[in-house]
Design a protein around this ligand. Sequence first.
Ligand code: AMP
Length: 407
Amino acid sequence: MTAVLVVNSGSSSFKYQLIEMSTETTLASGLVERIGELMGQSSHTVASGSTDTAASVRETATTERELPIPDHTAGFAVMLEAFRDHGPSLDDHAPVAVGHRVVHGGARFHEPTVVTEAVERDIDELAGLAPLHNPGALQGITAAIEAFASVPHVAVFDTAFHQTLPPEAFTYAINADLAERFRVRRYGFHGTSHSFVSRAGADFLGRPVEDLNQIVLHLGNGGSVCAVRAGRSVETSMGMTPLEGLVMGTRSGDIDPGVLFHLHRKAGLDIDDLDALLNRGSGLLGLTGRGDLRDVVTAADSGDGPSQLALDVYVHRLKGYVGSYYAQLGHVDVITFTAGVGENSALIRGRALAGLEALGIIIDAERNEARTRGPRRISTDDSAVTVLVIPTNEELEIARQTLSKVG
Ligand code: AMP
Protein backbone atom coordinates (compact mmCIF):
# COMPACT_ATOMS: atom_id res chain seq x y z
CA MET A 1 0.00 0.00 0.00
CA THR A 2 1.40 3.37 -1.01
CA ALA A 3 -0.75 6.42 -0.42
CA VAL A 4 -0.06 10.01 -1.46
CA LEU A 5 -1.90 13.01 -0.05
CA VAL A 6 -2.56 15.76 -2.60
CA VAL A 7 -3.23 19.30 -1.37
CA ASN A 8 -4.52 22.19 -3.47
CA SER A 9 -4.46 25.25 -1.27
CA GLY A 10 -5.73 28.78 -1.78
CA SER A 11 -5.64 31.68 0.64
CA SER A 12 -8.98 30.87 2.32
CA SER A 13 -9.53 27.20 1.48
CA PHE A 14 -7.83 23.96 0.55
CA LYS A 15 -8.87 20.73 -1.12
CA TYR A 16 -7.24 17.39 -0.39
CA GLN A 17 -7.28 13.86 -1.73
CA LEU A 18 -5.71 10.72 -0.33
CA ILE A 19 -4.85 8.48 -3.26
CA GLU A 20 -3.80 4.82 -3.08
CA MET A 21 -1.17 4.62 -5.80
CA SER A 22 -1.11 0.86 -6.39
CA THR A 23 -4.67 1.10 -7.75
CA GLU A 24 -4.72 4.87 -8.38
CA THR A 25 -7.98 5.15 -6.46
CA THR A 26 -9.10 7.98 -4.22
CA LEU A 27 -9.57 6.78 -0.64
CA ALA A 28 -10.89 10.10 0.68
CA SER A 29 -11.22 13.69 -0.42
CA GLY A 30 -12.29 16.88 1.22
CA LEU A 31 -12.56 20.62 1.27
CA VAL A 32 -11.78 23.01 4.09
CA GLU A 33 -13.04 26.50 3.32
CA ARG A 34 -13.82 29.94 4.73
CA ILE A 35 -10.52 29.84 6.59
CA GLY A 36 -10.10 33.06 8.56
CA GLU A 37 -13.80 33.94 8.44
CA LEU A 38 -16.10 33.97 11.49
CA MET A 39 -17.37 30.51 10.61
CA GLY A 40 -15.47 27.96 8.56
CA GLN A 41 -16.72 24.84 6.80
CA SER A 42 -15.29 21.45 6.06
CA SER A 43 -16.47 18.39 4.20
CA HIS A 44 -14.81 14.98 4.08
CA THR A 45 -15.81 12.23 1.68
CA VAL A 46 -14.73 8.64 2.19
CA ALA A 47 -14.85 6.17 -0.65
CA SER A 48 -15.63 2.62 0.31
CA GLY A 49 -16.81 -0.62 -1.17
CA SER A 50 -15.71 -1.47 -4.67
CA THR A 51 -12.23 -0.56 -5.83
CA ASP A 52 -13.59 0.19 -9.29
CA THR A 53 -12.21 3.57 -10.40
CA ALA A 54 -15.53 4.76 -11.84
CA ALA A 55 -16.79 7.16 -9.18
CA SER A 56 -20.42 6.32 -9.93
CA VAL A 57 -20.12 2.73 -8.75
CA ARG A 58 -18.09 3.56 -5.65
CA GLU A 59 -20.02 4.17 -2.50
CA THR A 60 -19.11 7.39 -0.78
CA ALA A 61 -20.06 8.97 2.53
CA THR A 62 -19.68 12.67 3.17
CA THR A 63 -19.57 14.41 6.52
CA GLU A 64 -19.72 18.16 6.96
CA ARG A 65 -18.82 20.48 9.81
CA GLU A 66 -19.13 24.15 10.59
CA LEU A 67 -16.65 25.65 13.01
CA PRO A 68 -14.26 28.59 13.16
CA ILE A 69 -11.04 27.76 11.27
CA PRO A 70 -8.70 30.68 11.97
CA ASP A 71 -5.80 29.61 9.75
CA HIS A 72 -4.42 26.80 7.57
CA THR A 73 -2.83 25.05 10.56
CA ALA A 74 -6.27 24.82 12.18
CA GLY A 75 -7.61 23.63 8.81
CA PHE A 76 -5.18 20.71 8.75
CA ALA A 77 -6.19 19.83 12.32
CA VAL A 78 -9.81 19.68 11.11
CA MET A 79 -8.73 17.44 8.23
CA LEU A 80 -6.81 15.10 10.57
CA GLU A 81 -9.86 14.87 12.87
CA ALA A 82 -12.00 13.94 9.88
CA PHE A 83 -9.61 11.11 8.98
CA ARG A 84 -9.57 9.98 12.62
CA ASP A 85 -13.36 10.07 13.06
CA HIS A 86 -14.53 8.91 9.64
CA GLY A 87 -11.54 7.15 8.12
CA PRO A 88 -9.69 5.87 6.37
CA SER A 89 -7.15 5.45 9.14
CA LEU A 90 -3.96 7.37 8.46
CA ASP A 91 -2.12 4.69 10.40
CA ASP A 92 -3.20 2.08 7.84
CA HIS A 93 -2.89 4.47 4.88
CA ALA A 94 -0.09 6.76 5.99
CA PRO A 95 0.91 8.97 3.05
CA VAL A 96 4.47 8.38 1.89
CA ALA A 97 4.54 11.96 0.57
CA VAL A 98 2.38 15.05 0.23
CA GLY A 99 2.02 16.64 -3.22
CA HIS A 100 1.12 20.32 -3.42
CA ARG A 101 -0.35 22.15 -6.37
CA VAL A 102 1.44 25.47 -6.90
CA VAL A 103 0.19 27.73 -9.66
CA HIS A 104 3.29 29.71 -10.56
CA GLY A 105 6.78 28.27 -10.75
CA GLY A 106 8.14 31.06 -12.96
CA ALA A 107 11.14 30.09 -15.07
CA ARG A 108 12.78 28.56 -11.97
CA PHE A 109 10.76 25.33 -11.63
CA HIS A 110 10.49 22.96 -14.57
CA GLU A 111 9.75 19.76 -12.66
CA PRO A 112 8.18 18.58 -9.41
CA THR A 113 10.40 19.75 -6.59
CA VAL A 114 10.89 18.53 -3.03
CA VAL A 115 10.02 21.42 -0.73
CA THR A 116 12.90 22.83 1.28
CA GLU A 117 13.18 26.18 3.01
CA ALA A 118 14.88 27.55 -0.09
CA VAL A 119 12.02 26.29 -2.29
CA GLU A 120 9.49 27.91 0.04
CA ARG A 121 11.40 31.19 -0.28
CA ASP A 122 11.36 30.88 -4.08
CA ILE A 123 7.60 30.22 -4.15
CA ASP A 124 7.12 33.23 -1.91
CA GLU A 125 9.29 35.33 -4.16
CA LEU A 126 7.26 34.24 -7.22
CA ALA A 127 4.12 35.60 -5.54
CA GLY A 128 4.90 38.84 -7.38
CA LEU A 129 3.91 37.02 -10.59
CA ALA A 130 0.88 35.24 -9.08
CA PRO A 131 -0.39 37.38 -6.19
CA LEU A 132 -3.77 35.63 -6.11
CA HIS A 133 -2.38 32.11 -6.03
CA ASN A 134 1.13 31.51 -4.68
CA PRO A 135 0.62 32.99 -1.17
CA GLY A 136 -2.27 30.59 -0.50
CA ALA A 137 -0.27 27.63 -1.77
CA LEU A 138 2.57 28.56 0.56
CA GLN A 139 0.25 28.80 3.56
CA GLY A 140 -0.99 25.31 2.73
CA ILE A 141 2.55 23.95 2.37
CA THR A 142 3.67 25.41 5.69
CA ALA A 143 0.67 24.01 7.55
CA ALA A 144 0.92 20.62 5.82
CA ILE A 145 4.59 20.32 6.79
CA GLU A 146 3.58 20.84 10.44
CA ALA A 147 0.85 18.20 10.13
CA PHE A 148 3.00 15.66 8.20
CA ALA A 149 6.49 16.42 9.42
CA SER A 150 8.11 13.08 8.70
CA VAL A 151 7.36 12.71 4.97
CA PRO A 152 8.65 14.63 1.96
CA HIS A 153 6.48 17.39 0.51
CA VAL A 154 6.64 17.95 -3.24
CA ALA A 155 5.55 21.10 -5.08
CA VAL A 156 3.99 20.45 -8.50
CA PHE A 157 3.75 23.60 -10.59
CA ASP A 158 1.01 24.48 -13.11
CA THR A 159 3.63 26.22 -15.22
CA ALA A 160 6.24 23.44 -15.21
CA PHE A 161 4.97 21.47 -18.21
CA HIS A 162 5.32 24.60 -20.36
CA GLN A 163 8.97 25.19 -19.52
CA THR A 164 9.72 23.40 -22.80
CA LEU A 165 8.18 26.27 -24.81
CA PRO A 166 10.75 27.58 -27.30
CA PRO A 167 11.81 31.24 -26.93
CA GLU A 168 9.80 32.29 -29.97
CA ALA A 169 6.66 31.04 -28.22
CA PHE A 170 7.33 32.49 -24.77
CA THR A 171 8.75 35.89 -25.74
CA TYR A 172 6.54 38.99 -25.88
CA ALA A 173 7.63 41.56 -28.44
CA ILE A 174 8.23 44.39 -25.95
CA ASN A 175 11.36 46.16 -24.73
CA ALA A 176 13.76 43.30 -23.99
CA ASP A 177 15.49 44.90 -20.97
CA LEU A 178 12.22 45.71 -19.29
CA ALA A 179 10.92 42.21 -19.97
CA GLU A 180 14.01 40.62 -18.46
CA ARG A 181 14.08 42.85 -15.38
CA PHE A 182 10.46 42.16 -14.53
CA ARG A 183 10.35 38.56 -15.83
CA VAL A 184 7.72 39.44 -18.38
CA ARG A 185 7.29 36.42 -20.64
CA ARG A 186 4.72 33.73 -21.31
CA TYR A 187 4.68 30.90 -18.77
CA GLY A 188 1.43 29.02 -19.50
CA PHE A 189 -0.84 27.29 -16.97
CA HIS A 190 -2.99 24.14 -16.56
CA GLY A 191 0.27 22.26 -17.21
CA THR A 192 -0.65 19.41 -14.87
CA SER A 193 -3.84 18.82 -16.85
CA HIS A 194 -2.19 19.16 -20.27
CA SER A 195 0.51 16.72 -19.18
CA PHE A 196 -2.01 14.18 -17.83
CA VAL A 197 -4.34 14.42 -20.82
CA SER A 198 -1.67 14.25 -23.50
CA ARG A 199 -0.22 11.12 -21.90
CA ALA A 200 -3.69 9.61 -21.43
CA GLY A 201 -4.41 10.28 -25.12
CA ALA A 202 -1.33 8.34 -26.17
CA ASP A 203 -2.25 5.51 -23.77
CA PHE A 204 -5.78 5.39 -25.15
CA LEU A 205 -4.45 5.00 -28.67
CA GLY A 206 -1.75 2.57 -27.57
CA ARG A 207 0.92 4.76 -29.14
CA PRO A 208 4.12 6.19 -27.61
CA VAL A 209 3.58 9.84 -26.71
CA GLU A 210 6.89 10.57 -28.51
CA ASP A 211 5.24 9.67 -31.82
CA LEU A 212 2.32 12.07 -31.53
CA ASN A 213 1.54 15.70 -32.24
CA GLN A 214 -1.42 16.69 -30.08
CA ILE A 215 -3.63 19.68 -29.39
CA VAL A 216 -5.21 19.64 -25.93
CA LEU A 217 -8.23 21.86 -25.28
CA HIS A 218 -8.68 22.33 -21.53
CA LEU A 219 -12.06 24.07 -21.34
CA GLY A 220 -13.25 24.69 -17.81
CA ASN A 221 -14.15 27.85 -15.99
CA GLY A 222 -10.63 28.86 -16.99
CA GLY A 223 -9.50 27.53 -20.35
CA SER A 224 -6.32 26.99 -22.28
CA VAL A 225 -5.04 25.25 -25.39
CA CYS A 226 -1.72 23.44 -25.59
CA ALA A 227 0.24 22.14 -28.56
CA VAL A 228 2.17 19.04 -27.49
CA ARG A 229 4.91 17.66 -29.73
CA ALA A 230 6.35 14.29 -28.65
CA GLY A 231 5.02 14.78 -25.12
CA ARG A 232 6.47 18.29 -24.73
CA SER A 233 4.50 21.53 -24.59
CA VAL A 234 5.59 23.74 -27.50
CA GLU A 235 2.85 26.37 -27.44
CA THR A 236 0.04 27.31 -25.09
CA SER A 237 -2.60 30.00 -24.94
CA MET A 238 -2.18 31.38 -21.42
CA GLY A 239 0.69 33.79 -20.95
CA MET A 240 2.45 35.55 -18.10
CA THR A 241 -0.83 35.20 -16.21
CA PRO A 242 -3.89 33.01 -16.75
CA LEU A 243 -5.65 35.91 -18.49
CA GLU A 244 -4.38 35.45 -22.04
CA GLY A 245 -5.98 33.25 -24.67
CA LEU A 246 -9.46 31.78 -24.79
CA VAL A 247 -12.75 33.38 -23.78
CA MET A 248 -13.34 32.05 -20.23
CA GLY A 249 -16.06 32.16 -17.59
CA THR A 250 -15.11 35.59 -16.27
CA ARG A 251 -11.84 36.37 -18.12
CA SER A 252 -11.60 38.14 -21.46
CA GLY A 253 -8.71 36.14 -22.87
CA ASP A 254 -6.91 37.87 -25.76
CA ILE A 255 -7.65 41.56 -26.10
CA ASP A 256 -5.89 44.50 -27.76
CA PRO A 257 -3.95 46.20 -24.91
CA GLY A 258 -5.00 49.47 -26.56
CA VAL A 259 -8.49 48.84 -25.14
CA LEU A 260 -7.02 49.37 -21.66
CA PHE A 261 -5.45 52.72 -22.58
CA HIS A 262 -8.75 53.76 -24.12
CA LEU A 263 -10.85 52.76 -21.09
CA HIS A 264 -8.40 54.47 -18.78
CA ARG A 265 -8.40 57.72 -20.73
CA LYS A 266 -12.05 57.83 -21.75
CA ALA A 267 -13.92 55.89 -19.03
CA GLY A 268 -11.62 56.82 -16.13
CA LEU A 269 -10.95 53.22 -15.10
CA ASP A 270 -7.78 52.87 -13.01
CA ILE A 271 -5.43 49.91 -13.03
CA ASP A 272 -7.34 47.97 -10.35
CA ASP A 273 -10.65 48.57 -12.15
CA LEU A 274 -9.12 47.21 -15.34
CA ASP A 275 -7.66 44.19 -13.55
CA ALA A 276 -11.08 43.39 -12.05
CA LEU A 277 -12.83 44.02 -15.36
CA LEU A 278 -10.66 41.66 -17.40
CA ASN A 279 -10.18 38.93 -14.77
CA ARG A 280 -13.53 38.84 -13.01
CA GLY A 281 -16.08 40.78 -15.07
CA SER A 282 -15.40 39.70 -18.65
CA GLY A 283 -15.62 36.50 -20.72
CA LEU A 284 -19.04 34.84 -20.71
CA LEU A 285 -20.03 36.81 -17.62
CA GLY A 286 -19.20 40.15 -19.20
CA LEU A 287 -20.99 39.30 -22.43
CA THR A 288 -24.15 37.81 -20.91
CA GLY A 289 -24.29 38.37 -17.14
CA ARG A 290 -23.81 34.58 -16.75
CA GLY A 291 -20.40 33.02 -16.10
CA ASP A 292 -21.45 29.37 -16.32
CA LEU A 293 -21.52 28.01 -19.84
CA ARG A 294 -24.54 25.81 -19.11
CA ASP A 295 -26.61 28.89 -18.27
CA VAL A 296 -25.39 30.66 -21.39
CA VAL A 297 -26.39 27.68 -23.56
CA THR A 298 -29.85 27.54 -21.95
CA ALA A 299 -30.39 31.26 -22.51
CA ALA A 300 -29.14 31.05 -26.09
CA ASP A 301 -31.54 28.16 -26.75
CA SER A 302 -34.43 30.29 -25.60
CA GLY A 303 -33.45 33.04 -28.01
CA ASP A 304 -31.32 35.40 -25.89
CA GLY A 305 -29.25 37.40 -28.40
CA PRO A 306 -26.27 38.27 -26.16
CA SER A 307 -25.94 34.62 -25.14
CA GLN A 308 -25.99 33.48 -28.76
CA LEU A 309 -23.30 36.04 -29.56
CA ALA A 310 -21.23 34.95 -26.54
CA LEU A 311 -21.24 31.34 -27.77
CA ASP A 312 -20.24 32.53 -31.25
CA VAL A 313 -17.32 34.52 -29.79
CA TYR A 314 -16.28 31.59 -27.56
CA VAL A 315 -16.27 29.12 -30.44
CA HIS A 316 -14.66 31.55 -32.92
CA ARG A 317 -11.69 32.10 -30.57
CA LEU A 318 -11.35 28.39 -29.88
CA LYS A 319 -11.40 27.44 -33.53
CA GLY A 320 -8.79 30.11 -34.25
CA TYR A 321 -6.45 28.52 -31.73
CA VAL A 322 -6.98 25.06 -33.23
CA GLY A 323 -6.01 26.46 -36.63
CA SER A 324 -3.02 28.33 -35.26
CA TYR A 325 -1.66 25.32 -33.39
CA TYR A 326 -2.30 23.07 -36.37
CA ALA A 327 -0.04 25.38 -38.35
CA GLN A 328 2.59 25.50 -35.59
CA LEU A 329 2.69 21.70 -35.36
CA GLY A 330 2.51 21.18 -39.12
CA HIS A 331 0.81 17.83 -38.61
CA VAL A 332 -1.71 16.85 -35.97
CA ASP A 333 -2.50 13.30 -34.82
CA VAL A 334 -4.82 13.96 -31.88
CA ILE A 335 -7.09 16.73 -30.63
CA THR A 336 -8.43 16.18 -27.10
CA PHE A 337 -11.18 17.97 -25.19
CA THR A 338 -11.03 18.00 -21.39
CA ALA A 339 -12.33 19.78 -18.22
CA GLY A 340 -15.90 20.84 -17.41
CA VAL A 341 -16.90 22.22 -20.79
CA GLY A 342 -14.65 19.98 -22.87
CA GLU A 343 -15.86 16.79 -21.18
CA ASN A 344 -19.55 17.69 -21.07
CA SER A 345 -20.54 19.99 -23.90
CA ALA A 346 -21.12 18.19 -27.20
CA LEU A 347 -22.36 21.51 -28.54
CA ILE A 348 -19.05 23.34 -28.00
CA ARG A 349 -16.99 20.37 -29.21
CA GLY A 350 -19.05 20.03 -32.36
CA ARG A 351 -19.06 23.73 -33.15
CA ALA A 352 -15.34 24.23 -32.42
CA LEU A 353 -14.33 21.61 -34.98
CA ALA A 354 -17.14 22.07 -37.51
CA GLY A 355 -16.10 22.67 -41.10
CA LEU A 356 -12.52 21.46 -40.65
CA GLU A 357 -12.88 18.38 -42.85
CA ALA A 358 -10.26 19.79 -45.23
CA LEU A 359 -7.79 19.61 -42.31
CA GLY A 360 -8.67 15.94 -41.79
CA ILE A 361 -10.84 16.65 -38.74
CA ILE A 362 -14.20 14.87 -38.94
CA ILE A 363 -16.48 14.60 -35.90
CA ASP A 364 -18.94 11.70 -35.63
CA ALA A 365 -22.15 13.37 -34.41
CA GLU A 366 -23.43 10.30 -32.60
CA ARG A 367 -20.13 9.61 -30.82
CA ASN A 368 -19.93 13.28 -29.87
CA GLU A 369 -23.35 13.14 -28.18
CA ALA A 370 -22.69 9.86 -26.32
CA ARG A 371 -21.80 10.15 -22.65
CA THR A 372 -19.32 7.84 -20.95
CA ARG A 373 -17.08 8.29 -17.96
CA GLY A 374 -13.77 7.26 -19.40
CA PRO A 375 -11.75 8.43 -22.41
CA ARG A 376 -13.49 8.08 -25.76
CA ARG A 377 -13.11 8.83 -29.45
CA ILE A 378 -15.56 11.25 -31.06
CA SER A 379 -14.06 11.43 -34.56
CA THR A 380 -15.11 9.17 -37.41
CA ASP A 381 -13.01 6.12 -38.20
CA ASP A 382 -11.74 7.78 -41.38
CA SER A 383 -10.88 11.11 -39.75
CA ALA A 384 -7.12 11.67 -40.26
CA VAL A 385 -6.99 13.48 -36.93
CA THR A 386 -8.28 11.47 -33.96
CA VAL A 387 -10.52 13.56 -31.73
CA LEU A 388 -10.87 12.40 -28.12
CA VAL A 389 -12.68 13.36 -24.93
CA ILE A 390 -10.57 12.56 -21.86
CA PRO A 391 -11.56 13.40 -18.28
CA THR A 392 -8.70 15.27 -16.69
CA ASN A 393 -7.45 14.29 -13.24
CA GLU A 394 -5.03 16.88 -11.95
CA GLU A 395 -4.94 15.37 -8.44
CA LEU A 396 -3.87 11.99 -9.78
CA GLU A 397 -1.22 13.63 -11.96
CA ILE A 398 0.12 15.54 -8.93
CA ALA A 399 0.16 12.27 -6.95
CA ARG A 400 2.00 10.47 -9.77
CA GLN A 401 4.58 13.24 -10.12
CA THR A 402 5.00 13.38 -6.34
CA LEU A 403 5.59 9.64 -6.12
CA SER A 404 7.98 9.66 -9.07
CA LYS A 405 9.95 12.41 -7.32
CA VAL A 406 10.27 10.63 -4.00
CA GLY A 407 10.78 7.19 -5.51
P1 AMP B 1 -14.17 23.18 -14.51
O1 AMP B 1 -13.49 24.50 -14.28
O2 AMP B 1 -13.34 22.20 -15.25
O3 AMP B 1 -14.79 22.61 -13.27
O4 AMP B 1 -15.41 23.50 -15.49
C1 AMP B 1 -16.46 24.33 -15.10
C2 AMP B 1 -17.24 24.74 -16.33
O5 AMP B 1 -17.74 23.57 -16.97
C3 AMP B 1 -18.46 25.61 -16.00
O6 AMP B 1 -18.41 26.80 -16.75
C4 AMP B 1 -19.63 24.77 -16.46
O7 AMP B 1 -20.58 25.56 -17.09
C5 AMP B 1 -19.01 23.85 -17.48
N1 AMP B 1 -19.86 22.67 -17.66
C6 AMP B 1 -20.01 21.64 -16.81
N2 AMP B 1 -20.92 20.77 -17.31
C7 AMP B 1 -21.34 21.27 -18.49
C8 AMP B 1 -22.28 20.85 -19.49
N3 AMP B 1 -22.99 19.73 -19.37
N4 AMP B 1 -22.45 21.64 -20.57
C9 AMP B 1 -21.76 22.77 -20.70
N5 AMP B 1 -20.86 23.21 -19.81
C10 AMP B 1 -20.65 22.48 -18.72
